[in-house]
Each structure stands twice: as C-alpha cells, then as structure tokens.
Design a protein around this ligand. Structure first.
Ligand code: FNR
Length: 375
C-alpha cells in the first residue's frame, strides 16, 4: 500500500508482519520469556499523563535538537538492531537514507547485515551515526572492528551494549529457527561486518546464533580502559536499568558521555523495568547524573506523546528499534521515512497542544507521573 495511507505505527507493523518472512517476523517481534518487559515498555507511557497549558502562542514548533554537540533535525534516533536485510534488501543503508531526510541519528548494530562502510557510504556531511559494539571473546576481532570504525568520520561515538551478556530466551525466534528454512534476506559472507555465523543455518533462533562469541566477562574496571586503548571516540553505555548503574556510569565521564536506558526491547531479562522507570529513579536518587552524561531512552515507542514524555523527564533523545524495522519491512526506505514522519508529526502536535515551542523548553512541569510512581 502507499505509505501515506498508513496513519500510525500499529498499521505499519501490521503491513510489515504480512510482508516479511516468518523468520524475520519472529526475530524482530520476539522478546524474552513471557514478554512482560516488552508489554511494560508500551504501557509505561500510558500511565504518565500530560499537563497541557493554554493561551500560549504555539504557531511555531522547533523540533530540532542536539546529541553530544551534534545538531539533529529531531531528537528521535534509530536504535541498533541486527539484521535489517532480513526484513528488506535496502537494509541498514536504507535506514540511513531515511534518517538522512530528517536529520535523524542512527546507531549501527554490531550485528548489522551490511558493513559500516556500506551503511555510511552516502552520509550527508552533517549526518550523525553511532556504532554499537558487542565485545567479542576474541578481543582481536572487536579491536579490528574499532580500527575500521575510527576511520569513518560519520560515526561520532561508540555504543557499548551491556544488558545482554547472554542471549534472552526468545521462544518465538527459536521456534521459527527450528523450521530450518533459510531466510531469503540472509547475509552473504562478504557483506558481514564481522564473522557472525550464517543465520540461514540459525536452528536455535537468529538471536542465539548472533550472540555466539559475545564476551560475558565485561566489567567497569576492565572493559572501559580496554576500549580507551582502541578508540578515542566518546562512549555511550546502553542497557542501564537502575539508578545505581546510571550513577556509576556518570563517574566514568568524560570517557562515557552518554547512557541509554533500555531493557533491550524486552529481549534480554524479562520483567526488567521499562526505561521510563529508570529515568524516574535517576530523577529521584541521583539527578546529578543528567549534568555529567546525556541520557537517552528506548523501548516501546508507539506515539509522539511517548517521545515527548521521555523528553520531559530528561531524555536527550529517544530511540526506536522495531518500529524502524517494521517501516523497512512495510515499504523499504519510504516505510522508514513514513515511521519517522509520523513520529515527528505526532511529537510536534503534542508539543503545540502542550503549549511548548522548543525541545529544550520541555520539562517535568508538563507531565504527571503519579500513576507510574504508585506502581
Ligand atoms: C535489537 N536491539 C539491539 N540492541 C543492541 O544493542 N544491539 C543489537 O544488535 C540489537 N539487535 C536488535 C534486533 C532486533 C530485531 C530488535 C527488535 C532489537 C535492541 C534495540 O537496540 C532497542 O533497545 C529496542 O529495540 C528498543 O525497543 P523497541 O523500540 O523495539 O520497542
């Protein structure tokens, strides 16, 4: 269908679900165990209410923003997600093309189905990328990847994912894997960004297959100094889920310049908290974290109001994982553009209805979190 006819993210997901292979669908859609965290991610935003102000001039709405000093057209970014070509041949380069139209940031997955060089090849001069790292047991492999990343000017920071030292138990993915049908979008040897096993043979599920080789021994003490030896790029830690860890991360500024509050889209530890809860914890117990590092959130974004609420609570930018993949699956580059357009339009409408003209002017005075905090 023409992408303009799809009015919200649910409709895009529905179309993508029908179009992608069963294996791609199972890998993208799946989450751990009983998928409670995935569900909480959506629901958390619904229990935060907005506090719109009236009699304010809201003719103008400026949705531009910055991340780590880089200008962005909007504070929405595409989260790192493996295997975009499983859903559509345009893959991660297609996501980059869509992001380019909006000045949106993209974080490239360690397990992308195209090389980082291919993905940033047509980057606009001011286009912003991060590159996400899963440190490999064979550290030499990760060091070699970092050496390649250091040469790519478009990549401005390294995202180190910490919430999945071992894979979550994603039963839908495992079940689809057992059918054994090779995925049409499976990466070819030459296109792989690292030596990941071929997912066309992913009999235990795509997720588990991709995780093989990931180092589960990472620690604050060992891994950040190791990373500093291999890159001068700023580091963003992904998958923080408590105020204690957010605080520890802030002690590692200036090497660590940002943190992503995330439960991995509910794909790692089931019943881990949605990012909004962690955001609320940080506000309560260690608000100084916001002065030391930039804070980003992801998980369960379905509407512009979700994004505006996260920004009100102190998030500097908000990530979308599955939504971008569903956009790709529904309509390739135009599908991802449609997802970004819908979220941008909805967010700006929300800001106007709140009586707020700029992203910086959003704050906790525009929301009521009492329902969430009672939980
Ligand atoms: C992910 N995510 C992820 N995270 C990461 O750091 N490295 C990765 O390679 C992947 N791969 C991946 C694949 C797929 C199919 C999904 C859905 C997710 C997690 C991702 O970055 C993000 O945290 C969540 O997707 C956010 O939740 P939503 O937006 O999907 O609800």
């Amino acid at each position: 269908p023409p992408m303009e006819n799809l009015l919200n993210l649910d409709e895009i997901e529905e179309v993508a679900t029908k179009q992608v292979t069963k294996k791609a669908w199972a890998y993208y859609w799946s989450a751990s165990d009983d998928k409670f965290s995935k569900k909480f991610n959506n629901e958390a935003y619904r229990s935060i209410l907005l506090r719109p102000r009236v009699f304010r001039d809201c003719e103008r709405c400026d949705f531009s923003s910055t991340v780590l000093g880089h200008k962005l057209g909007m504070p929405i970014y595409v989260s790192p997600a493996a295997m975009a070509r499983l859903g559509h041949p345009a893959g991660e380069a297609g996501i980059a093309e869509a992001c380019r139209s909006f000045g949106a940031m993209q974080i490239i997955s360690n397990n992308a189905s195209m090389t980082p060089e291919q993905i940033v090849k047509d980057a606009a001069p001011d286009q912003v990328f991060g590159w996400q790292l899963y440190v490999q047991i064979e550290r030499k492999k990760s060091a070699a990847m970092l050496a390649r990343i250091n040469k790519l000017k478009a990549i401005k920071f390294i995202v180190l994912t910490l919430d999945a030292p071992v894979p979550g138990k994603r039963e839908d993915d495992e079940r689809a894997g057992m059918a054994g049908a090779p995925a049409p979008g499976a990466v070819k040897e030459a296109d792989r960004s690292k030596g990941t096993p071929d997912v066309s043979e992913a009999s235990g599920g795509v997720g588990k297959t991709l995780f093989a080789g990931t180092d589960p021994t990472l620690t604050w003490r060992e891994t950040l100094p190791w990373l500093a030896k291999h890159t001068d790029l700023p580091v963003v830690l992904k998958g923080l889920q408590t105020h204690e860890d957010a605080y520890l991360a802030s002690l590692h500024a200036p090497q660590v310049k940002g943190i992503i509050l995330s439960n991995h889209g509910g794909r790692a530890l089931d019943t881990a908290p949605p990012a909004v809860h962690t955001l609320l914890e940080i506000r309560k117990y260690c608000p100084e974290v916001f002065d030391k590092v930039e804070v980003y959130v992801d998980g369960g974004i379905r509407r512009g109001t979700d994004i505006v609420k996260a920004l009100c609570l102190g998030a500097k930018a908000v990530g979308i994982g599955r939504a971008a993949l569903w956009g790709l699956g529904a309509g390739g580059v135009d599908g991802v553009r449609r997802v970004l357009q819908i979220l941008s339009d909805e967010s700006q409408a929300c800001m106007r209805l709140l009586g707020v003209e700029t992203v910086d002017a959003l704050g906790p005075q525009y929301i009521n979190t009492r329902m969430t905090e009672q939980q």
